[in-house]
Ligand binder design. Structure first.
Ligand SMILES: NC(=O)c1ccc[n+]([C@@H]2O[C@H](COP(=O)([O-])OP(=O)(O)OC[C@H]3O[C@@H](n4cnc5c(N)ncnc54)[C@H](OP(=O)(O)O)[C@@H]3O)[C@@H](O)[C@H]2O)c1
Length: 345
């Protein structure tokens, strides 16, 4: 993973906020999953903001599914702030093939980290969930208070239920132990460092890779899974990291409002607008320079017709995303071209 990748787009050291912030610069910060799509962007953002005391461990150095190791790590390191971006993550195919791992690994990682963060006296923790926690047919855009109001989309139910358990854990520890743990629910993310493995990737990097390979091989067509009609929302990982740092730096009075006892400590992070998969595919086609045709394989599942997060809770705090989809796609494609040999998958 190239950690310099996202700097061109959002190099800002000051936050794009209108409220005074609590500085993270004096904190010891643990970023769990720092080599992943979100974790790598978080480290870039924290470093750009002047944070120098950042602790990380690779999966090989610290398996977060091993409770004893996680306990020792927290006892030794005693971080002030934690960003929990380590998880078992994947697209629809991976979720279908490995449902046991999606529920087991995620429950295990988050249980250990949240519990040991409490034991070690961590001041603030951000737990990363996903928009799939919301009911499949909930009203759009999806508001935080629609959690647990209806059945989940079946294809990623094990993953979603693990994430819901993590949210409940943050809330329960806040209520019982007075911790200040917050769950953030991102929309679909993309950017430098994404997973381009065609079997396991999310739709955006999978389409980018397919079109790139078709361009190189001179193929006439690329097949897009599904009808192309569903609407999806996409956010660049540097915007995501910026929002996370913004929230973790919020002044106590603001942060307390997000984690009050009565209100589930949950906040959506998204771009605020969605596009159809067909429009996304057309945009990627332009960015990649693939001149062939796009065909749609309607025998493949579409998933939910629309998935857009209601981000009014976040934007009311003064945060806005900055990276347009075209800018982000262009930058991600440049990153892909540079790292083709080393990319995941
Ligand atoms: N990508 C998205 O579109 C998206 C959307 C919504 C929410 N999210 C959430 O954002 C968070 C981060 O996602 P991401 O896309 O950044 O995932 P990612 O790129 O797959 O990164 C996940 C990271 O977690 C690490 N990890 C996994 N299992 C581990 C274990 N047992 N012990 C230690 N480290 C482990 C991985 O290390 P290895 O690679 O070495 O295993 C990797 O660095 C997740 O909670 C995810 O649910 C992501």
């Amino acid at each position: 993973m190239n950690s310099a990748a996202g700097k061109a787009i959002r190099p800002s050291i000051t936050m794009n906020n209108s409220v005074p912030t609590r500085s993270l610069q004096d904190d010891k910060i643990y970023v769990a999953g720092h080599r992943g799509l979100v974790g790598s962007a978080l480290v870039r953002r924290l470093e750009a903001g002047g944070c120098t005391n950042i602790t990380t461990r690779t999966h090989a150095e610290l398996d977060l599914m091993d409770q004893a190791s996680v306990r020792n790590f927290f006892a030794e390191e005693r971080p002030d702030a934690v960003f929990l971006a380590a998880a078992k993550v994947g697209g629809i195919h991976a979720n279908n093939i490995y449902p046991a791992e999606f529920v087991h690994d995620n429950l295990s990682i988050q249980t250990h980290v949240i519990h040991e963060a409490w034991r070690a006296g961590v001041k603030r923790l951000l737990f990363l969930g996903s928009s799939c926690i919301y009911p499949r047919d909930c009203p759009q855009p999806m508001r935080e208070d629609t959690l647990l109001t209806g059945p989940l989309e079946s294809t990623n139910r094990p993953y979603a239920l693990a994430k819901i358990a993590g949210i409940e854990m943050c809330w329960s520890y806040n209520r019982q132990y007075g911790t200040r743990f917050l769950s953030v629910m991102p929309t679909n993310l993309y950017g430098p460092g994404d997973n381009f493995d065609l079997q396991n990737a999310h739709v955006l990097p999978a389409l980018m890779r397919k079109m790139h390979e078709a361009k190189v091989s001179g193929a006439d067509t690329v097949t897009v899974w599904g009808s192309g009609k569903p609407y999806r929302e996409f956010l660049h990982n540097d915007d995501m990291a910026d929002a996370c740092v913004y929230l973790a730096s919020a002044p106590d009075a603001v942060y307390s409002g997000l984690i009050s006892e009565e209100l589930c400590p949950l906040i959506n992070i998204g771009w605020g607008k969605d596009i159809t998969i067909a429009d996304l595919a057309a945009l990627i086609r332009e960015v990649v320079g693939f001149e062939g045709e796009l065909q749609y394989d309607a025998s493949k599942p579409d998933g939910a017709p629309r998935k857009l997060l209601d981000t009014s809770r976040l934007t009311a705090l003064g945060w806005q995303p900055a990276i347009t989809l075209r800018q982000g796609l262009e930058q991600t494609y440049q990153w892909f071209l540079k790292h083709q040999d080393a990319i995941r998958g």
